[in-house]
Every structure is written in structure tokens, then in C-alpha cells.
Design a protein around this ligand. Structure first.
Ligand code: PYC
Length: 314
């Protein structure tokens, strides 16, 4: 029987399952190196942790690693129902709160290593965390994609730690009763992007689709529906998605360095975003949100269980 110790958190409604102990032995290395080994040797473990029957399509996992740099508290590799992520904003907020829950970090500033770079954090009272994401930028403005039956749709291709297509083209209001139609719309955009060869830098697959709309609460500035790579929608406003939005606001001259952008999710949770202008059309986004610990558990992996390694989405 394999035993895996996890801490469950949620950030604005989006879960993160932090693997604290019992992960596969993937040797030493940076998170980028470990992620490659996790892909080739840890995929059954990934599925066991986040997929049904222990998890769900919406669950994001975070494999905690020892830091390889003296200026970082830990390393982390994020994963979901279908594979590994580059970065994860809500997940980073969840990891910081989980590390504090374990007594491994205190209030204040620190850094984490991710496969795509070092991410800063500041933990404040009340489980409030500000992360300083990797450099974000708009790669292509107003790309035109033509999903069959939906007609031409214009959107921006943006790096916010993951590759995003951001569009204001939406089939319905960005509300919970509409998630099925929003999911179908976003998925068709994603499939059409791939079919038409619209990609991020160096041909990188665009695997996050962000539909944009007005906020429900006038105290906020915008609302988004983000469809993640495994076809689950983000319950949080999506940290990397909000970073992508900030990069576009900067590129269009619509938000100044230090000013606040309040982004709502489809469930009504809010991230506060700001950015630092680092030149060359790039920004360092700062995203603030709150996470809660909602579980401490030992997962049991019994090889005799026919669903020991999870049910993988088709
Ligand atoms: O918050 O960056 C994020 C994220 C990516 C996928 C799910 N959440």
C-alpha cells in the first residue's frame, strides 16, 4: 500500500492538492528537469492524485520539491487531470498557504521555483497571498480563429506563465448557469486554434482559453471564464490568466504600472492584479488572492484496486 500525504486548499473556489510526502522518486534537479521525469515516470501517480475517484477534473496538483536555490523556500511542479502545467497562479497561492499551515514558512516574502522560473510571494495575515509571476507578454494581437459554425473570432495570444487565447467573443453571460455553453464555445476555439496552426512562441500549444466580459460587481473591472487544458473551467479568476490580461492592458495602454485591476471569476471570486513594467512590452504581474486549507489527508494507493491509478478523461 502506497501512502501519500496531501494538504488540500482552495483559492477563490479552485482546488489545489499539495503533495507533501509519498511522491515518486524522481531524483534531484530543478522543477523543469523533475517535470520531464514526472511526465515520463510519474503519470500514473499524477492521475491517482487528481483524477476520480480521489479527485476530480477540476483538481490541480502541486508536487512539492526541495529547493535547488538557497533563495527559494521550495520547488513545485503543478499538474492537472491531463498532464503538467507550466505555472499556476491559484496553485501558487494555495502552496504558500499550505506551507504556512505546515509551519514551513512565516508571514512575509519568499520565493518558489517553478518549471518556468522563480515566482515571488508575500504572505499576509488572513491567508492572503500576493504572488509575483514570471514575465508576461502579448505575443500576437487580434489573431483570427474560425471554429466551424462559430465564424471568425478575434483574440490575443498571450503568455502569462501558460499560453492563453483571450477573447471578448462569448456566447452567453459569464455566469455559473452558462458553464456548459461557455465550455463548449471555449473548447471549439481551442480545437480550431490547433487545427489552424495558431500557437504561442516557438509553436507552443495554446491550452488555456479565456473569455472576457464585464464584471457583475461594479467594484471590479472585468470578469473571465477560463477553460483549462483538461476541459475543466477555473473556479478562480486564474492567476496566469489574470497575468495574461494584465499584459494586454499594458500593451494597449489601458492600465498603468501599479494601478489595480480586479478580475472576477465565473463563481464570483476576485483576484487583484497589478504589474511592474520591465520594458520590451513585458510586465511582471503581481496577483493577490486568498486560499484556505480545507483538508489534510493520507491517500492510499492499493494496486489491487482496479481504479487505483484514477479514471483518465478521454
Ligand atoms: O491560476 O494560473 C492559474 C491556473 C491555471 C490553471 C488553473 N489555474
Amino acid at each position: 500500500m502506497q501512502r501519500i500525504q496531501v494538504i488540500d486548499t482552495h483559492t477563490g473556489g479552485e482546488p489545489t492538492r499539495v503533495v507533501v510526502h509519498g511522491g515518486p522518486d524522481l531524483g534531484a534537479g530543478t522543477p523543469a528537469q523533475i517535470r520531464e521525469r514526472f511526465r515520463s515516470h510519474g503519470d500514473a501517480f499524477r492521475s491517482a492524485v487528481v483524477n476520480e475517484p480521489r479527485g476530480s477534473d477540476v483538481m490541480v496538483g502541486a508536487l512539492l520539491l526541495p529547493a535547488t536555490r538557497p533563495d527559494c523556500a521550495a520547488g513545485v511542479v503543478f499538474f492537472n487531470n491531463v498532464g503538467c502545467l507550466n505555472m499556476c497562479g491559484h496553485g501558487t497561492i494555495g502552496v504558500v498557504v499550505a506551507l504556512a499551515h505546515l509551519g514551513r514558512i512565516d508571514l512575509g516574502k519568499g520565493q518558489l521555483e517553478t518549471p518556468v522560473g522563480v515566482v515571488g510571494y508575500e504572505l499576509a495575515p488572513g491567508h492572503r497571498v500576493t504572488i509575483e509571476n514570471v514575465e508576461s507578454y502579448r505575443f500576437q494581437k487580434q489573431a483570427i480563429v474560425e471554429p466551424p459554425g462559430l465564424g471568425p473570432i478575434s483574440g490575443d495570444v498571450v503568455w502569462g506563465g501558460n499560453w492563453f487565447f483571450l477573447t471578448a467573443h462569448r456566447p452567453a453571460e459569464l455566469t455559473l448557469p452558462n458553464v456548459d455553453v461557455l465550455t463548449d464555445h471555449a473548447w471549439r476555439i481551442r480545437e480550431a486554434l490547433t487545427a489552424q496552426g495558431i500557437a504561442g512562441e516557438e509553436g507552443a500549444e495554446i491550452d488555456h482559453i479565456e473569455l472576457l466580459g464585464p464584471p457583475a460587481d461594479p467594484a471590479n473591472h472585468g470578469r473571465s471564464f477560463v477553460l483549462c487544458p483538461g476541459k475543466a473551467y477555473d473556479r478562480s479568476p486564474c492567476g496566469t490568466g489574470t497575468s495574461a490580461k494584465l499584459a494586454c492592458l499594458h500593451a494597449d495602454g489601458l492600465l498603468r504600472e501599479g494601478d489595480v485591476w480586479r478580475q472576477e471569476s465565473v463563481v464570483g471570486s476576485v483576484f487583484e492584479g497589478r504589474f511592474r513594467d520591465v520594458g520590451n512590452g513585458r510586465v511582471i504581474p503581481r496577483i493577490t488572492g486568498t486560499a484556505w486549507v480545507n483538508g489534510e489527508a493520507t491517500l492510499l494507493l492499493d494496486e489491487r484496486d482496479p481504479f487505483c491509478w484514477g479514471i483518465r478523461p478521454q
